[in-house]
Design a protein around this ligand. Structure first.
Ligand SMILES: [Zn+2]
Length: 122
């Protein structure tokens, strides 16, 4: 369930971005998802880069620096939300999501093997 929000990251293809904008969702949600994908959210770490804040710790858990990855993938508070969201999915929606992640990982592995990208240190 931790990886549910991976769907939000880096919609780099025009098709994915176009589909996002065509969804019948409030604009504020579409804009936020778009900002997440480009790391344009005013996280504490991003605000520190602009010299707007000095404290970069997560205001929800305090366990780590507040980056986009932390907010949507690592923060324990987020994990509770993702668990709840997953519980709202139908069995079919859950299967589609998990199979999608599995397929992405499989394609990644094929790519690495074909290019011999992953090298094991001896
Ligand atoms: Zn946190």
């Amino acid at each position: 369930m931790k990886f549910l929000v991976l769907m939000l990251y880096k919609p780099t293809t025009r098709i994915v971005t176009k589909k996002l904008w065509l969804l019948n969702l409030p604009t504020k949600i579409k804009v936020t998802v778009w900002r997440i994908s480009w790391n344009y959210l005013p996280t504490r770490v991003n605000m520190q880069h602009r010299k707007l804040v000095s404290n970069t710790s997560c205001p929800r858990c305090g366990e780590s620096n507040e980056t986009t990855d932390h907010i949507f993938r690592e923060c324990p508070v987020t994990m509770e939300w993702i668990t709840w969201i997953s519980d709202q999915f139908t069995t079919c929606q859950n299967k589609l999501f998990w199979c999608g992640l599995w397929a992405i990982w499989g394609e990644r592995n094929k790519e690495c093997m074909s290019r011999n990208i992953v090298q094991v240190k001896k």
